[in-house]
Design a protein around this ligand. Sequence first.
Ligand code: BDP
Length: 702
Amino acid sequence: MEVERVEDGYDAWLRYVPVTDQKVLNAYQNEIDAVAIYGDSPTMNAIFDEFSEALPKLLSKRVSVQKGAIAKGEVVVSTPANSEWVSDSITKDEMDAIGDEGYIIKKVSDKILITANTDIGLLYGSFAFLREIQTGQPIDNIAITSAPKVKLRMLNHWDNLNRVVERGYAGLSIWDWGRLPEYNDPRYTDYARLTSSLGLNGTVVNNVNADPRMLSDQFLNKLVTIAGALRPYGIKVFISINYQAPIRIGGLKTADPLNEEVKEWWAKKADEIYALIPDFGGFLVKADSEGQPGPFKYGRDHAQGANVLADALAPHGSMVIWRAFVYSPEQYDRFREAFDEFTPLDGKFRDNVLLQVKNGPIDFQPREPFSPLFGAMKQTNTMLELQITQEYFGFANHLAYMGPLYEEVLDTDTYAEGEGSTVGKVISGEIFGYDYTGMAGVVNLGTDRNWTGHPFVQSSWYAFGRLAWDYTLPADEIAEEWIRMTFSNDQEFISTVKDMMMNSREAGVNYRMPLGLTHLYAQGHHYGPAPWTVNLPRPDWTAVYYHKADKEGIGFDRTKTGSNAIEQYNEPLKTQFSSPETTPEELLLWFHHLSWDHEMNSGNTLWEELVHKYYAGVDEIRTMQKQWDSVKDHMDERRYHFVKALLEIQERDAVRWRNSSVLYFQSFSNRPIPDGLEKPEHDLNYYIGLEKTEYIPDPWYN
Ligand code: BDP
């Protein structure tokens, strides 16, 4: 008797369910009888395992997966070095074009060839081939050549050593430190499969707010097991370090980066790490930011701080990733901070330092203009940090596919070297010719059976990985791939769910902070609304600091009459953002303080437009609820009911965000809610009261 699949989300996009379209299936069945794998290494074994698992399930037939021996009807997986037939089937130019990690899939007479220069390239090619089958693509004339545009494609986990995950909403850390190094949890391998199937090649295992013990012998030994599990999948481990480690675990009196003993300590520590993990990736550092220690204490700057670590790692060929997420309480405008601190240091960092910059100047808000650092660091390798975990998007309760946000950032023009200098091109090194390039996604998955809590957060993990490989991929195509692999190849299901996903980020912007409003969250946990937040130890943690609403109007003036942060952008952006008329409306209140009666493109006043946006956000969630219900019959009950319930929560929260915000801003604008819109059920005080009693689904916060 066949046992029914339990769709608990564990397999994510590697479900390998049988192809159901009979025509498509017939074609695959004719084409594929066997897989011949050449070469012997842990990575080749991983390829062997993946095909052995996937193909019989997908094709509902026996497929012989073997090492060596080419016959008819086969898929051949090999580097040219390992098979004469392969090297005869491919030219040197073709191979040169794909580098170390790229792959080629093509038809050669009656066989399908998957080739690459390295075993890891073969693994990426194998996953890509399986993706074609999972998504129902024709393979009779298959011809795919692909290579990553960015070198370092990594996940950042904000996992503490006690396994509580900062901004993680899906259970405990997957790294089971208490049982490491002895127990090699099979979950590490499944994590590696999912991650590597997207082409990601690095992971930072611990929180940027780093515990110094991560560098202790005890934890480094634990890390050896994790590194071993991820290695066959081409994923290098990195760690976040605490800048005071020389004192905290090294027993030194100082952590001054220019002190000789400190330099030696880091160099020796690097040697120790490489003795244990020869392919260790490097360090990630959050320094002099939000209370984390750093070089400032010793009167040193970020470059001096980073370079001591870079020098320690250079002999091992690896790198330091230094975060640019800094802001001081004294600054008049937090927007300006990272740029003002880092641009004077351009050219002062070692070649093996990368500056990791969040997409926007503040902090992973639902919509931010891009960080002006992306157009400014000509001599410093600058990489992009995106957030996958939904810290500002309703945790694991709300559906918010991040593909459109990532795409928006990557496609934005910085004008660094004239028109067409998009953020994507900057971070791939095409504009300034960086030595190292990278993209990081803060993922914070956990021990929840489905890894990410909300099943759709998986789609942002997926999108991040695909875009880290190729930043030009369209977010809607990525969504479609993900839906096909994760749910179904049914056309109606795909178009409905793709529509939900593609609208979900904008809906989240609309019911929280439209028209360029930002940072209106309840302090600390960042779940519910609290635009009324005042009087915190730091002004830039309050909401009033960001929206600056008063009787006259609303918004943050960042033009010459205000903080002049717009001067950090290249022309023509500087000019464009300097006037409300030429500023895109979705960024309007980021740059301008405007009267409630300011006329918008639609003819509405600013007040009316703001209210309409808030209402649109709620309507969009209600539409998503209907859409989900309409495809009920195209999926399993389990996931249907789970997401249905989550959408109910989201609708409830969206209404609360809308009512809180509209009533609060109305207390300044003194203008009515336009006719025809449903009136908030309660008064403002009721919503303010909710903040004090709300239950926060965040184990790290409570
Ligand atoms: C903020 C988070 C905080 C992180 C910080 C960071 O609220 O938990 O530690 O970013 O990126 O978004 O360092």
